[in-house]
Structure formats: structure tokens, C-alpha cells
Write a protein that binds this ligand. Structure first.
Ligand code: SF4
Length: 355
């Protein structure tokens, strides 16, 4: 039988019927699967023995797929998840500000073709897209992880390995299941899709009608600096990306977030803060300034460093002086290689500990 994570209630029903089960078990079975009842051993008497065994088998496989787990001092937990073809992806659980909440970060591809120079994932290159079920499985693994720590998985961001808008069909299918009341049960406002600025993908996501939150990783206010950091920047200019973000914002009715990772001496000058503010003037977008977790030399051999506290504060103050809504996001789990691709990179070199 196809993995339950690849199914909706409608697609599972005929497969159950073909296997000699009642098609009407499809809804209860998937609901039980998404609630994690099998992991808690609570499904036993609700289904025929074979279906109960199927659910328990899924729970065991999901637990066994976690090839490595690292917990940072701040509670951030990074999972290295082994897929059926033995490839690996990373998912991260971040404790929320409230003690009973957590946020999850999932990957959308194995590796990434975008080649961002400051990113550990980029160095391994692109291997393949994740299926919708493989994305859903990460969501469920993070939900299990949150529950085990007494927290509720409150939000999901597509900010792990890969460019989600280059795997848009599977990402949208996964999001539909994650936000379905019958399955994942999150609201679409609790899901954020992040992109380096794939303009056709932004337009397609707007047209999908999913209504998720969009985050654009800009990282530079001008095309030359951006092209140096993100090769994707050579294809889509800053103004073109912001025009697509405008379209997204007006069609979905939700402010777009601008992600800006501050790199010492590269994109953190006061002049660049002025340029960024000028770009965003009149736009209802807010800026998240991100702390960089160093990942070693980039593809072009350049080693980047995080901006100093002083430069970060000055950049933030300058944006605010221009009336831009901006915040500094605190670093998550720097002691566990929390930048994307780092855990996977270390596992490849056998430096990591098994779960
Ligand atoms: S930062 Fe994101 S888009 Fe860029 S290479 Fe890394 S995973 Fe890909």
C-alpha cells in the first residue's frame, strides 16, 4: 500500500477497498494517523487488526527514520531524517516563546540547486525533489517531537533544505494536507513558505489560493551584491522580486516578510540599510534580520562571518528611522549546526552522533 502520508481521504478509500478493507475506514484511519494515535498505542480496537498493524508500522518507520537528533542548549532540536532511498533531509523544531508551543522547519528538496554562497546545503548540490508525503512525514515527526517535550507544534516554515517554489506542486499538496481539518489541522496562516525569489513560483503560489504566509530571502538591497550571494539573483532582480511580492500581498491580503541575513562587511552597512529602506518604502512588508551561523567557506571559497552586535543594532535602527518595521531574530541552536545543511554535512562525514 502507498504510504499514508501520500494520501487524502478520497485517494485512500479505493486503495483500502482494493485491499479488501472498507473504504469508509479511509477517514478515521487518516485522522488517527495524523493525530499520532498509533504512536500512543490508542488505535488498537478501532480498526481491523491489519489496519491497526499498518498504523503501528508507520509509527515505527517514522521513529526509525530519524537517523540523528541533536538538541541545542536553547532547546532547538534538529532531526536528520533518512528517506526510503537512504538520502537524508533535515527538519528543525524550535521552542516557542510560550513554554507549551513550538515551531517547525521542514525541507522541500534533497539538497538544493540555488547555490547560495553562504549555505551548507548548496555545497552538496541538488539531488531530488521531496514527495508531498515526505514533506508531510517531516511535519509529523516534528509534531511527535514537540509532543514528547510537552509542546504543541504551532507553526511550520518551509525554510529547510531546498527552494520550495521549485517543488511547488508537492509543496502545495503537502500544505493542503497539513492545513486540512481532517489531517494536519494547522491553519494556512500558521504555514510560511520561504523563497530566494523565484518570481514565477511566487505568482503560482498566489494563484494556488492556499493563502499561506510568504517570506522572501532578499539578503541584499542591490542586484550585484545579491548576485554575489545568491546566484538565483542573476535571474530575477530585486525590483522584479518585490513586484511579485506586491502581487502576492495584494492577492492573499497578508504582509510578506523580507528575510535579510546580516553578513559582516558584505550587506550590513548603513548605506545598504538606506537602500533597503528605500526599496520597501510604501510597502507593507516587514524585515526580519537574521543572525548568520558560519558554515565554512562557500562554493566560491569565501568565508562569511556574522555581523557584529553593533552593526546589527545600527542596521536595525537605521531601518526603523526610515519607518520600516524590522526585528532581529535571535539565533537558534548555534551549538548544533542549526544553519540549513550543516547537520547533514556532518553526518556525511561521520562526525554526528546517532539518535
Ligand atoms: S539558502 Fe536555501 S535556497 Fe539557498 S542554497 Fe541554501 S537551501 Fe538552497
Amino acid at each position: 500500500m502507498t504510504d499514508l502520508s501520500e494520501h487524502t481521504i478520497a485517494t485512500l478509500a479505493p486503495e483500502l477497498a482494493a485491499g479488501g478493507f472498507r473504504a469508509s475506514h479511509s477517514g478515521p484511519l487518516l485522522r488517527s494517523y495524523y493525530r499520532g494515535e498509533e504512536a500512543a498505542g490508542r488505535n488498537g480496537r478501532r480498526f481491523p487488526q491489519a489496519l491497526g498493524a499498518l498504523l503501528r508500522g508507520h509509527a515505527r518507520r517514522r521513529a526509525a527514520a530519524i537517523a540523528a537528533r541533536r538538541v541545542a542548549a536553547d532547546g532547538t532540536t534538529k532531526l536528520l531524517i533518512r528517506l526510503a532511498d537512504a538520502r537524508t533531509v533535515e527538519s528543525v523544531l524550535m521552542p516557542g516563546d510560550r513554554a507549551d508551543r513550538a515551531a517547525g522547519c521542514v525541507s522541500s528538496q534533497v539538497g538544493c540547486a540555488m547555490g547560495c554562497d553562504f549555505c551548507a546545503t548548496a555545497r552538496a548540490g541538488f539531488e531530488r525533489d521531496l514527495s508531498s508525503g515526505e514533506i508531510v512525514e517531516q511535519f509529523l515527526a516534528l509534531r511527535d517531537e514537540a509532543r514528547a517535550g510537552g509542546r504543541r507544534l504551532q507553526t511550520i516554515v518551509f525554510m529547510g533544505m531546498g527552494e520550495p517554489l521549485l517543488n511547488l506542486g508537492n509543496v502545495c499538496t503537502a500544505v493542503e494536507r497539513i492545513v486540512s481539518n481532517d489531517m494536519g489541522g494547522l491553519g494556512c496562516r500558521q504555514v510560511t513558505v520561504s523563497t530566494v525569489g523565484i518570481v514565477p513560483g511566487i505568482r503560482a503560489l498566489a494563484a494556488s489560493g492556499l493563502g499561506v504566509h510568504l517570506a522572501v530571502s532578499l539578503h541584499a538591497p542591490d542586484d550585484p551584491t545579491r548576485a554575489r550571494l545568491l546566484p538565483a539573483g542573476r535571474r530575477f532582480g530585486v525590483r522584479e522580486i518585490l513586484a511579485a511580492a506586491d502581487l502576492y500581498q495584494s492577492s492573499v491580503g497578508r504582509p510578506v516578510s523580507i528575510q535579510y541575513c546580516l553578513l559582516a562587511g558584505v550587506n550590513d552597512s548603513i548605506g545598504q540599510a538606506d537602500q533597503l529602506a528605500a526599496l520597501l518604502e510604501g510597502r507593507r512588508m516587514h524585515v526580519n534580520l537574521l543572525h548568520y551561523n558560519p558554515t565554512g567557506p562557500g562554493i566560491r571559497g569565501e568565508a562569511y562571518a556574522p555581523s557584529s552586535d553593533g552593526a546589527t543594532v545600527a542596521f536595525l535602527a537605521r531601518l526603523r528611522l526610515h519607518g520600516i518595521v524590522a526585528h532581529v531574530r535571535r539565533p537558534r541552536g548555534p551549538d548544533i549546526d542549526a544553519a540549513c545543511g550543516q547537520l547533514r554535512q556532518r553526518a556525511w562525514t561521520s562526525l554526528d552522533l546517532p539518535a
